[in-house]
Ligand binder design. Structure first.
Ligand code: ATP
Length: 433
């Protein structure tokens, strides 16, 4: 692995737009004489020879000044967060015009960049969010979680490509080791234990032996008091990795699940590959707050738990209501499956329609019951051609009888007992008389 980085190397590992932005920021930082670095995960992935999608930027000095200069030259919008010494520059149409690059798809890369002033952190108490203070790049690297995430590559002027590696991240990368930087690290921020497991899974690395000893009672105690939101976020990220099952198992082996919630040890640790939904399953409604994969991951994981456990977990981890509903739905469907087997399509459909479709899909992935696939792909869309309006035209008044007729019509359609409008009409007449 090289200690310096060439322009070519960067060009080959970044998509054209992020590369253009990186060049722009570099030029502006040089004009202002500000040392500029990419840091953290992007450096780690570059050293591993991986393509990087985006990058974290650190300025040794005033990030706000850099962002303001860029705003003046390239337009867009800048928001400052003085508490963290960060400035977020959001690109807009003007920016893309001035850069002479096509406006990109929002899905390709978020059209913003964060500029962060190098800082140090102090934890007032275990598990609390730190207070931050402007500092040097070296201090900034030393406040980080693991050595492999504590490297910086300098970008400005003649220093371009210089690697800063104060805690031996490069050697740990070569040996595949995840090492924290000081003995209180997991107590200060126990989410780092979960982050360690995520990197193990992603890169096939090991937790270094001293680091492993620090996953101890004290750190687990702080973990058990951490906010639900922080914990859930870390687990959300696991479901975005390629093999979440292995990560969840590893959490169990390291005794990190019990401190989060005792019921998690009874969850499902044999998750199927989180399949991207294929078109044959039709439309699903998933709110924006969580991606499909994350929701699916949680539902698969929690499916074997009882409704009581799911509710308790939902409270502890601050689940959005739709996730609680989906996990409860999957759990009850799993229990009901033996009783439903051999039922008519209408019986399946009327039961399954009460559940979120993602719950049905999750149970299908686990059990491969063909009726669940048929329901998602076909049955739920089957409706009789006769509508309520048609019944009114036949002189029927809306009411319980009216609803019952529509229900029976739909059941007959689903079960193939009527196949045409004529047959539907005959059935209505029979039902009315
Ligand atoms: P990923 O590829 O998973 O996004 P990343 O390294 O970019 O990995 P982020 O969560 O985006 O991860 O964090 C960016 C950087 O901030 C990390 O590389 C690390 O240096 C630092 N960092 C993130 N979370 C923590 C933490 N809990 N404690 C200390 N440093 C952290």
């Amino acid at each position: 692995m090289a200690r310096t980085l060439s322009v070519d190397f960067l060009e080959n590992h970044l998509e054209p737009l992020p590369l253009t932005l990186l060049r722009l920021v570099k030029t502006e930082a040089e004009r202002l004489d500000l040392p500029l670095y990419i840091v953290g995960g992007s450096v780690r992935d570059l050293m591993l020879g991986r393509m990087i999608k985006d990058f974290d930027l650190i300025v040794e000095g005033d990030a706000r000044k850099l962002a303001e200069t860029i705003l003046r030259r390239f337009g867009g919008k800048v928001v400052f967060h003085s508490r963290f010494g960060t400035a977020t520059w959001t690109l807009d149409e003007t920016t893309f015009k001035r850069l002479n690059v096509p406006m990109l798809n929002a899905a390709d890369l978020p059209p913003f960049l964060d500029f962060v002033s190098a800082r140090s952190e102090i934890y007032s108490e275990p598990g609390a969010l730190p207070t931050v203070k402007r500092s040097t790049i070296e201090d900034d690297l030393r406040r980080r979680d693991f050595s492999i995430n504590a490297m910086a590559l300098r970008l400005d002027g003649r220093y371009f490509g210089k690697l800063l590696d104060p805690v031996g991240g490069q050697v740990d990368l070569e040996h595949g080791l995840i090492r924290i930087l000081h003995a209180r690290s997991f107590v200060d921020d126990p989410t780092r234990m979960l982050r360690a497991v995520r990197y193990m899974g992603r890169y096939g690395f090991q937790i270094e032996s001293w680091t492993l000893t620090l996953i101890n009672k004290e750190a687990r105690d702080v973990l058990s008091r951490l906010s639900g939101e922080r914990l859930r976020h870390e687990i959300d990220l696991m479901f975005e990795e390629s093999a979440p099952s292995a990560l969840l198992q590893r959490l169990g082996e390291l005794d990190l699940l019990f401190p989060i919630h005792s019921s998690l040890q009874h969850a499902n640790f044999q998750l199927p590959f989180l399949e991207v939904l294929s078109a044959e399953f039709g439309e699903f409604t998933i709110p924006d707050i969580m991606t499909f994969k994350r929701t699916l991951g949680w539902v698969l994981w929690l499916m074997p738990l009882s409704a009581v456990d799911i509710d308790a977990l939902s409270k502890r981890l601050d689940f959005p209501a739709m996730l609680t509903k989906a996990a409860r739905g999957a759990s009850s469907l799993l229990n009901k499956l033996p009783a439903l087997t051999g039922s008519k399509p209408s019986q399946w459909t009327f039961y399954l329609e009460e559940l979120p479709s993602i719950a049905v899909y999750a149970v299908y992935l686990m059990r491969r019951e063909p009726a669940l696939r048929d329901y998602l792909a076909h049955w739920r869309n089957i409706k009789p051609t006769i509508t309520g309006n048609d019944l009114k035209e036949h002189g029927l008044e809306p009411g319980p009888k009216f609803a019952e007729i529509l229900h029976q019509l739909r059941a007959a359609r689903l079960d193939g007992e009527v196949k045409s409008r004529e047959e539907e009409l005959k059935l209505v007449e029979r039902l009315v008389s």
